[in-house]
Design a protein around this ligand. Sequence first.
Ligand code: SAH
Length: 374
Amino acid sequence: MRFVPTLPPLTGETLESLSERLRERGEPPFRARQILDWVYKKRARSWDEMTNLSKDLRSWLAQTFDLIPASLLYGKQSTDVTDKLLLELRDQSLIETVIIRAPQEGVGLEHSRKTICISTQVGCAMACAFCASGLAGLKRDLSAGEIVAQLLHVCYREDPLTARADRELASFDNIVVMGMGEPLANYDNLIRALTILNADWGLGFGARRITLSTSGLVPKILKLADEPLGFRLAISLHGATDEVREKIMPVNKAYPLAKLLPAIRTFSEKHGRMVTLEFILIEDINDALDQAEHLRDIARDLHAHVNLIPYNRVEGLPWKRPSIARQERFADVLRAARIPVTLRREKGHDIDAACGQLRLRTEKDRSAPTPAPA
Ligand code: SAH
């Protein structure tokens, strides 16, 4: 076993909590902001870079906090428009952060819309039948500092298209909480991380450009509706009747549609904005036209946007995506009713961009017997 430091990550501190720690040490009130500026504005990666702090304070910080609790294991660049960062945490757990570029018509790839997809747990307990993340169950929640660290690593990395570091998070259009894990099952850490992400002393990223995706934890959806920061919400529906949904998403037993749909309505009424319903299309499981009709009715009722996602194959699972013609027929049912619908042409297939796949593969490689050192 490697030595695992137990220091709390600095990236999990808020201005308030850090100020409090520094006050106990007798530091002036502006000190906390000065330190956070080094981390979030100047992107310092070591305490020694923080040259306007005394040596004594820097050494106290080094003994008190882990500056950033994740290191880049590798960044994998796709031949299409998706990049993936595999990060290693202090206990050797692996998490994934993905950058997705959506090219805009008439302009070069460097002007693509850019989205960052972050993880909230190591593994997942939801056990959706089609998803790679849940195959081995939940290992643990990510701390707030580990969630924030993913975004700093995105900022450190060099954009392959412009050959510049993406120093400004503002150059990204959206952040989606759709990586590994069920975000609402790690509610407090997630909200703390998003607060740091949003704050002017933190990464300064607008809450309205952050989308949380959930498999449908009803009490937490209702709690989220009362948060002061107005995040966007996406629901992984994937079945438009209990019968179909229950077969592929065990969460539907605790929170069937009769509970889930009213909670979505409450959320969107409080926020006055559209919720997105995600619907993966899996051949012979949920792609029949009567599912499209039910989905149409649900979306109309909730004034929701529908995101159709052709299923990404997962090694070891039998599911596959329907033909393009069948996908289009499904989408047409919604289009005919003027439901706002997008049929996603998936990106990053070649780099295991579907949730959890790169991590699974790397863990498998790691557990394979390695030759003893000579
Ligand atoms: N737990 C949250 C967020 C993580 S999953 C949720 O369920 O929403 C992000 C999205 O990817 C979900 O909609 C999930 O159902 C979907 N997904 C999982 N495996 C997939 C696969 N193999 N192909 C396509 N989408 C998948």
